[in-house]
Design a protein. Structure first.
Length: 152
């Protein structure tokens, strides 16, 4: 193995074989990571189901937000832009793209969150707010009423 002389005059061995081995190991690891097949895509759903917490009053609410629609929780205005989940054969993972605005009297509206939230990893992309917590719990389509439904 060839050696090189450093500025300080010390002899050192060439590190190229070690670097090549590391590059090959990383390549093998990256290629071995399972990826979803072409048929295993996310399904768009029409409603995002959220859990909302008011930290001051300890009130916990379940909110159903239609995609493209807006609901209010305290001073927050929550708009769901998309809600997706994998095919039924895949592990459950609901993800919603949310825009959350805070509206206070005599102040301009402030955007407090815009982005994807994931049901299985709420800390991955969370809203940072002193008073409210919002979490995605599910994505779903509304259940049509049945013929024997007494509310019809």
């Amino acid at each position: 193995m060839p050696s090189i002389t450093t500025i300080s005059g010390h002899q050192t061995r060439h590190r190229l074989p070690i670097a090549a081995a590391i590059v090959c190991a990383v390549h093998v690891f990256v290629v071995a990571i399972p990826r979803p097949a072409a048929g295993q895509q996310m399904i768009d759903r029409s409603q995002a189901v959220l859990q909302a917490l008011d930290k001051i009053t300890a009130r916990v609410s379940t909110l159903t937000v239609p995609v493209g629609g807006t609901v209010s929780f305290g001073a927050l205005s929550i708009t769901a832009r998309a809600c997706r989940e994998p095919q039924p054969i895949e592990p459950p993972e609901s993800a919603a793209f949310l825009e959350i605005l805070e509206m206070r009297p005599d102040e301009p509206t402030a955007t407090v969150f815009t982005g994807w939230m994931f049901a299985s990893s709420p800390a991955l992309s969370s809203m940072q707010h002193a008073v409210y917590d919002i979490l995605v719990t599910d994505c779903r389509d509304p259940v049509p009423p049945t013929a024997d439904d007494p509310s019809r």
